[in-house]
Design a protein around this ligand. Structure first.
Ligand SMILES: [Zn+2]
Length: 244
């Protein structure tokens, strides 16, 4: 991998370069072995970094950034920091042993300035409670996706709703920049809908689904009831934010 980067020098000025080993490169700068400019302004800190598969792309980007005004470089750094903060909330970096059933923002992704929020709808306690059965998960998936895609308040922004492979919860992906508390009412409505659902499970036919007979509505209701009572009806801060 190749990187175009900017360093913040001790005098506040910026240094732009490219490298194929960003960690080593920053260390070398701080040892005074990176460049004359940075050697006279130690210590330096990584302020900005962009990845490229080829070195020529990284070099091209370097010369482009070098031609930018200081204010334009600072703008790049602000956007970069915002994205970095978002990456830190990725779900794989959390300790699942401390994770309670809850409603969390798993991550936010930005595509051309459009923010997409992925929610972690965690129903059972990972590695402590038994996981949900596939038939319950499957029924919640079908009814839940149908409900969300027909809900006039959110249907325009629903990207995806589906189960986690570990069978402890579901992911909901919405177009927009949300916090977990913003969707508590929506998720309450969703699980109340499943709780009151008494019809054929939508899409559970051989033509529409890959394993249509593997659904269990009464177990879907059991988990909906559990999630409403344990999480949604009296949701606490620690059930809205990932454990540190
Ligand atoms: Zn299915």
């Amino acid at each position: 991998m190749n990187y175009t980067y900017m360093l913040r020098c001790s005098d506040g000025s910026l240094y732009t370069g490219w490298t194929n080993n960003i960690e080593k490169r920053v260390k070398n700068h701080n040892r005074g072995k990176g460049a004359k400019y940075t050697k006279a302004r130690l210590p330096v800190k990584l302020a900005y970094c962009e990845k490229f598969s080829t070195s020529s792309e990284a070099m091209k980007r370097e010369s482009k950034i070098k031609k930018l005004k200081k204010s334009e470089k600072e703008k790049l750094i602000i956007d970069f920091e915002r994205n970095e903060n978002m990456e830190r909330i990725e779900s794989f970096s959390i300790n699942h042993l401390k994770l309670l059933p809850g409603l969390y923002v798993s991550r936010k992704d930005t595509f051309n300035d459009v923010v997409i929020t992925t929610f972690d709808i965690r129903i059972t306690r990972p590695n402590i409670e038994p996981v949900m059965g596939t038939a319950a998960v499957h029924a919640i998936e079908h009814i839940g996706a149908t409900y969300l895609r027909n809900n006039s308040k959110v249907k325009e922004n629903v990207v995806y709703f589906g189960p986690m492979g570990c069978r402890t919860g579901f992911y909901l992906i919405l177009n927009g920049d949300y916090e977990s508390k913003d969707i508590v009412e929506l998720i309450k409505d969703l699980f109340n809908f499943i709780l009151e659902f008494n019809a054929d499970i939508p899409g559970a036919t051989a033509i529409e689904c890959g394993n249509y007979s593997d659904t269990n509505l009464s177990m879907a209701k059991y988990y909906s009831d559990k999630y409403l009572n344990e999480v949604l009806l009296n949701i606490k801060k620690k059930q809205l934010n990932y454990p540190k």
